[in-house]
Design a protein around this ligand. Structure first.
Ligand code: SF4
Ligand code: SF4
Length: 193
């Protein structure tokens, strides 16, 4: 059995007058424009005009990695390779060597980071026993040649120098016991003048 058709509302003079007023005042058009005009009048830009405007970075931001020094310019890294072992992306390569004349002490003779593979997870920073690695707030590292993101020790130290102007005292000066147990890190290459 066919369903019966719905009854159409009866057209009365009043409804006809209302429709006519809506037509001549563009009522439907104005209702449609309401959302547009509301957004237009309450406009708040959500796109920053980078690089002219820059967003404030959160305190926990993890940017480019850096190698750090003590306040006298001595490199903190003792070449233990723990950061290399901790890195899940095999970004880091440490070539460690004995400190000349002090066979019980080591330093990183060479240190490389292939930042094209870095996840910025921070595991290397956590693994370092002497806080020789730090994450900076640098993020503007777009390059044309990705080989430019293969950083050596001097480049990583330079990033640390500009990102960590306040440095710690040498480890053996922080804790007298360190000197007592003969793990002071003397005679490492000094920061060039
Ligand atoms: S931040 Fe993570 S991925 Fe990047 S070098 Fe450190 S451990 Fe490796
Ligand atoms: S940066 Fe830290 S963890 Fe990596 S080799 Fe140097 S001392 Fe060891």
């Amino acid at each position: 059995m066919m369903p019966s058709a719905l009854p159409t509302p009866r057209s009365t003079p009043l409804t006809r007058l209302r429709d006519w007023v809506k037509t001549i005042t563009f009522y439907e058009l104005l209702v449609g424009m309401k959302a547009t005009m509301t957004h237009f009048l309450n406009y708040r830009p959500i796109t920053l005009q980078y690089p002219h405007e820059k967003r404030t970075l959160p305190d926990s931001y993890r940017g480019m990695l850096a190698l750090l020094r003590y306040d006298d310019g001595t490199e903190k890294c003792v070449g233990c390779d723990l950061c290399e072992a901790a890195c899940p992306s095999r970004v880091i390569r440490v070539v460690s060597a004995e400190v000349p004349g002090e066979p019980t002490k080591r330093y990183s003779k060479e240190y490389y980071m292939d930042m094209t593979r870095c996840l910025f997870c921070g595991l290397c920073v956590d693994a370092c026993p002497v806080d020789a690695l730090g994450m900076t707030r640098e993020f503007e590292w777009a390059v044309y040649d990705k080989r430019d993101l293969h950083l050596n020790k001097q480049q990583l130290l330079a990033i640390g120098d500009r990102s960590y102007p306040v440095r710690e005292k040498r480890l053996e000066l922080q804790h007298p016991n360190v000197a007592f147990f003969n793990v002071a890190f003397q005679h490492l290459p000094q920061k060039p003048e």
